[in-house]
Design a protein. Sequence first.
Length: 239
Amino acid sequence: MTKIIGIAGNQIIQSVDVFNGNHVSYTPQAFVTAIQKSGGLPIVLPISDGQNAAAYISKIDKLLLAGGQDISPDFFGEEPHPKLEETNRNRDVFELALIKEAIKQKKPIFAVCRGMQLLNVALDGTLYQDLSLYSDWTVKHGQEPTQPQFATHSIQMEKDSILHQLFGEKYHVNSYHHQAINSLAPSLKITARSSDGIVEAIESVETDQRILGVQWHPELRFDVDKNEFKLFDYFVNQL
Ligand code: MN
């Protein structure tokens, strides 16, 4: 059976330069292509009222959380730090509801960048609103202006993890984040870190909760590095 993959969508709501100023719901094409290439059937879930989460989750086999805006810090009990960047509260609310519902309905979740951070918040973890708040920060995690098809920093995998199975002990990833996981949610485990100790991947400690989160952007590299494609293939066909 073809797996139906719900991708939580994003919105453009302030640009006057694209779509003639029209607001749009969207997801990056690379997620759609990667899922199609893995044999899955992608469906974009537009930002909606959280009350619709149960209905959406019941229609899909697995949930993909994409990257994007910063997460509104009140969801982990903080005021916005001066270095916080753009947030979209409607997206946070809807995706938090999707996560809760996916866990309830036992649907696997693959979470990328912001998605991984939001998962941690949904399960009672906290974030660094900016990497400058992390005292051991020594690695460049915002690799601009280097293009995303280049992996720029190393990560070290934990044994007994999906990532170790896919990549072995050491791997290199691209990096476009200025926020990171601070305190880890009790139901999650860290499965990869960068050399400065930043959390680069998470999985669930509960065996019946299929969760895989990565801090980098595999969707921007899967067409130039078949290792990255393994993540999508694993998500669609095994997770
Ligand atoms: Mn990084």
